[in-house]
Design a protein around this ligand. Structure first.
Ligand code: SF4
Length: 1020
């Protein structure tokens, strides 16, 4: 065994570096070291847990404790042990907590120069990320302020490249002030972040070197994944022996390739270097693909393995093909779900589509990563209640609470209640109280509404008096969320219980930050954090995973699976953009952020992803993007395919086969049965007339499960149709007449027999077993529906979104940007209501008057919007004066018939062009889209047909006028092409009439959707 100088073990993925660390630990113990005097450091808690579990199994002798830690846990341990702190970790606030802190005190932040860009939370979330990165690089707020101050004074040449040196200096200086304010607010709350804890521990070790002597030997695993602050602490405590292991091929993934600097530092001086050359995890073909992608030599590896290359028609085809393949592995090949991993470039994007596809097949899975925490169903349940308690007008939150346990109001009754709210102009909670008196609402629904109102009454009473953490705890208990989980069948029950506990911790952190805060304030703050892009970090499970894990490429390090799917490998895939830190502030020599360096990072990212697979890797890309644009594969993947002599496999959207249908239906029914039993059981104690009906429904759910189990086990050669007949007749011999009626009226048989149905129709058939028709709530005129361009757009984006917006008509408070858009439209409408010869002063006067009436306040964000509106209108006025075309109509409406349906719209402006032709113009206050992005545009195409049908006017041109950017984008119009919009409108109208409201979740749709909180498809 090597002794004396530090030891650095380098090797590729799966070459056994962690095993070497564990073996060295055991060898040191065998030579006489006490286990508690050895420190093992890993970059993440999950990796620490996996290493600790291995050591606990292997150590023969007893010990007081094992120190297998992350750098943060080590920092807390050192500070606590030295008496500098008492439970240092408990004072650490995560990124979400600090975002909430900044949001709560946004008025104290100097934000004159940064553009809010439509979202204060996104801007502040970006600040928190940047601050975290600066602290990981040991750059303090004072360092930053000093540097930024020098820029403003012109003493630093760093701005030479900046197009607008003055503005950049002002932005940097403003950020430095935000950084300082962040530090001040943390101090005032007696809290700190992870960066502070590491820095303080480092300072303490330097001031009291004795504290580090406690460890005879420090062992670092995955050293390439340590940030500068963490690595500095590790080196500072390694005053005895040091052993480190790292992978140079994965070192560039860290911030701008800082991992390579880490390995360079460790290799300096008299360090003894050992290189591991034999691959132990990846089989030969997988290792070969990874080596080609990483452009590095291939290690010796066990023979065999498989690498498949999938060219998928689109994102959905990609997600469904993966889900079908995963289901095949689990149900036919007996692969454990925990040995399968699906890697995506962004969980919020492809991860959601994959989760939906896995859910359709009832495959137990776990979405890991930044976006996962607030997407959890149980977390959304608590959030919805907190939101509605703080604001009874938050209709989306009320609808969610009504639809979910313990209330579970049916869709049709929810539609009745939103109708009452609208008609009587009540907030949703008041409307529910009114609904209990309404003859339109059936008695069973009234009972459920009373359950809601009772819960609401008891919870609202303590909203301004209880401590937020206690309040959240009681709310979770009252709603029975923990109890529901205990009876749920999903494999991730423990995860869900943990998530609920974590939510309670967020409330505790809030109390620490603001001891006087009420639950109402906590509700507002946590709702803002949930809406922001900054979420709770989660790590993949590295040991004993019970479910298929779906995670981001960048979080894959440390994972070990048999089957790995790497998705989204199209030509546009790029390494994440690193946080912008000025080189002058960096304390280590790391590569510049260049295109070449980012390409090298991407290679390493893919290398790490592929090498997670022991037996089989599937590399997939969608051929068509969300907007229909065509993609090729990433050149790196193409290189690997050619090197392996493999062919692309074409993948279309996957249909269920008969065997898959039976297995997935069984899992789906089993989950539904367990949850339904809990609900039915909960209602048995209530004094109701229809209790026996509840019991019969519960029994029939069980019989349906029995039926599917019998079909799976049917004799070889017997068809599903034949088997169904036999099984049904046997079951029917053992039931009551009421159960018989429910059993025979179920659509389950029809669903099982038609195995070729697509996923949407399957889900609809399953849902239809319980739901009555929504027909009375559809926007109908006679036999047809009434449609506008935005209705068509909404339905095509996602039919479920249409249902929430136009069938349930869930009342929505307009956002500040929607109000802003409406105001600008109104100002222009009023301006043109005269003879059109108004002066600029008059136009701006209308803005002033509208601004006051529109209820805008004077926050920094509102002031920015006000400025944008004034300059946009000034440019509009100048353009309007100089244009040759003559405006003929403003805000002109049209209505025309399409078969039984009625199409409606209103055109902002119609101009007569110098040649006598007409142009339709629609104003927009959002960001401009290119003509290519507008190729499939519904609105102006419909307006052109509307002008022809209703006004007998043929428009030769149509354009969007993006007011804030003073940009007019023409949308091409050719006569033949216009008819497509009528076909689209007809299809949409028929979809609505047949109540086809299946969700079509996608990142583009869901990230902009106001109904995320209500939507079951947007949660995990
Ligand atoms: S969140 Fe997504 S799936 Fe749900 S309604 Fe909105 S767009 Fe549709």
């Amino acid at each position: 065994m090597h002794r004396g100088s530090p030891l650095l073990v380098v090797g590729g993925a799966g070459t056994g570096k962690s095993r070497v660390i564990a073996a060295r630990f055991l060898a040191l113990v065998a030579e006489g070291s006490a286990p508690e005097r050895l420190l093992v450091l890993t970059p993440t808690a999950a990796r620490a847990q996996a290493l600790r579990a291995g050591l606990e199994q292997s150590l023969e002798r007893g010990y007081e404790e094992l120190c297998v830690e992350t750098p943060l846990a080590l920092a807390a341990r050192l500070l606590d042990a030295a008496g500098w702190e008492n439970d240092a970790l408990s004072s650490v606030l995560g990124a979400g907590d600090r975002l909430a802190m900044l949001l709560g005190r946004i008025d104290e932040l100097p934000l004159r120069h940064h553009d809010f860009g439509g979202s204060a939370t996104a801007l502040l979330g970006g600040f928190v990320r940047r601050i975290d990165r600066l602290k990981a690089e040991l750059v303090t707020a004072e360092d930053y302020a000093h540097w930024a101050g020098a820029l403003a004074e012109g003493e630093d040449g760093a701005l030479v490249d900046a197009p607008d040196g003055g503005a950049s200096a002002a932005l940097e200086q403003e950020f430095a002030e935000v950084y300082r304010a962040h530090e001040r607010m943390l101090g005032e709350a007696s809290a700190r972040d992870a960066g502070d804890l590491l820095r303080e521990a480092l300072r303490m070790v330097h001031e009291r070197p004795g504290t580090a002597r406690r460890f005879e030997h420090v062992l670092i695993d995955d050293a390439h994944d340590f940030d500068l602050a963490a690595a500095s602490l590790a080196r500072a405590v390694a005053v005895g022996g040091l052993t480190a292991a790292g992978d140079p091929r994965a070192a560039l993934r860290r911030f701008r390739g800082a991992g390579a600097a880490r390995l360079r530092d460790l290799a300096a001086g008299d360090t003894h270097l050992v290189s591991l050359e034999r691959g132990l995890r990846c089989s030969e073909r997988v290792a070969r693909a990874a080596s080609v992608v990483a452009a590095s030599p291939q290690p010796d590896s066990p023979p065999g393995g498989e690498v498949a290359f999938w060219r998928c028609a689109n994102d959905r085809a990609q997600a469904q093909s993966v889900a079908a393949d995963v289901e095949r592995l689990i149900s036919r090949e007996g692969v454990k779900p925990g040995r399968i991993a699906i890697l995506v470039s962004a969980v919020a994007r492809e991860g959601q589509a994959v989760a939906v596809a896995l859910e359709e097949r009832a495959v137990a899975h776990r979405l890991v990563g930044e976006a996962a925490f607030f997407q959890r169903a149980e977390i959304r349940d608590v959030l919805a209640w907190l939101r509605l308690l703080a604001d009874p007008a938050d209709a989306g939150a009320v609808v969610r609470a009504l639809a979910r346990p313990p209330v579970e109001l049916r869709s049709v009754d929810i539609a009745r209640c939103t109708q009452i709210a609208r008609r009587r102009k009540l907030d949703m909670v008041a409307a529910l109280a009114a609904a209990t008196e309404s003859p339109q609402v059936p008695p069973e629904a009234r009972e459920r509404i009373r359950v809601f109102l009772k819960l609401h009454r008891s919870a609202v009473a303590a909203l301004d008096t209880t401590r937020p953490d206690l309040y959240v705890h009681r709310l979770i208990e009252r709603l029975g969320l923990r109890r529901q989980q205990l009876f749920a069948a999903q494999a991730d029950v423990v995860e869900r219980l943990r998530a609920l506990a974590r939510f309670g911790e967020l409330a505790s952190a809030h109390v620490r930050r603001a001891p006087q805060a009420t639950p109402r304030e906590f509700a507002r703050s946590i709702a803002a954090v949930a809406d922001s892009g900054l979420r709770e970090q989660e790590e993949p499970k590295l040991t004993d995973a019970a479910a298929v894990q779906v995670l981001e490429l960048g979080a894959a390090g440390g994972l070990d699976a048999d089957h790995v799917y790497v998705l989204g490998l199209h030509v546009g895939l790029a390494a994440p953009v690193p946080e912008q830190i000025p080189d002058a502030l960096l304390r280590e020599d790391i590569p510049a952020d260049t295109a070449e360096n980012r390409r090298a990072m991407l290679r390493q990212l893919l290398y790490v992803a592929i090498t997670r697979a022991g037996r089989r890797a599937v590399l997939a890309y969608p051929e068509a993007g969300e907007r229909g644009s065509a993609h090729g594969p990433s050149p790196l993947v193409e290189e690997a395919r050619v090197a392996l002599g493999a062919e692309w496999e074409e993948k279309q959207e996957e249909l269920f086969g008969p065997a898959e249908t039976l297995h997935s239906t069984y899992r789906m029914l089993r989950d539904e049965l367990l949850e339904g039993t809990m609900r039915a059981g909960g209602r048995l104690g209530e004094l109701r007339f229809d209790t026996d009906l509840d019991v019969s429904h519960a029994v029939v759910r069980y019989l349906e499960l029995l039926k599917v189990a019998a079909l799976i086990a049917r004799p070889d050669g017997q068809s599903v149709t034949e088997a169904l007949r036999d099984v049904n007749s046997r079951i029917l011999q053992a039931v009551t007449s009421e159960q018989r009626e429910i059993f025979t009226s179920s659509v389950l048989d029809e669903y099982l027999l038609d195995a070729e149905r697509d996923a949407g129709r399957r889900a609809k058939a399953m849902a239809a077993r319980d739901e009555p028709s929504l027909d009375p709530f559809l926007p109908k005129r006679g036999d047809g529906v009434v449609l506008s361009a935005s209705d068509i757009d909404t339905y095509r984006t996602c039919p479920l979104k249409y249902k929430f917006a136009r069938v349930f008509r869930i009342p929505q408070e307009p956002t500040i940007h929607q109000r802003f858009g409406i105001l600008v439209h109104q100002v222009l409408e009023r301006f043109h209501a005269g003879d059109g010869s108004g002066t600029l002063a008059e136009l701006l006067g209308l803005l002033d008057a509208g601004w006051r009436r529109g209820g805008f306040a004077d926050s920094e964000e509102e002031r920015q919007l006000r400025g944008k509106a004034a300059s946009a209108l000034t440019r509009y006025h100048a353009r309007f004066q100089s244009e040759e075309s003559e405006p003929m109509w403003f805000e002109r409406s049209f209505t025309f018939k399409l078969g039984p349906h009625l199409l409606r719209g209103r055109v902002d402006r119609v101009d007569r062009l110098p040649g006598g032709e007409y142009e339709l113009i629609d104003y927009k206050t959002g960001r401009p889209k290119s003509a290519a992005q507008l190729a499939d545009d519904v609105q102006l195409s419909l307006y052109a047909v509307g002008a022809r049908e209703a006004w007998r006017l043929e428009a030769s041109q149509q354009a969007y006028y993006y007011l804030l950017d003073d940009q007019k984008v023409a949308v091409p119009s050719d006569e033949g092409g216009r008819e497509w919009i009528l076909e689209v409108a007809m299809e949409v109208a028929e979809g609505i009439l047949s109540q086809g409201f299946e969700p079509t979740p996608s990142f583009a749709a869901c990230s902009m959707c106001d109904y995320r909180l209500v939507c079951p498809a947007a949660e995990r």
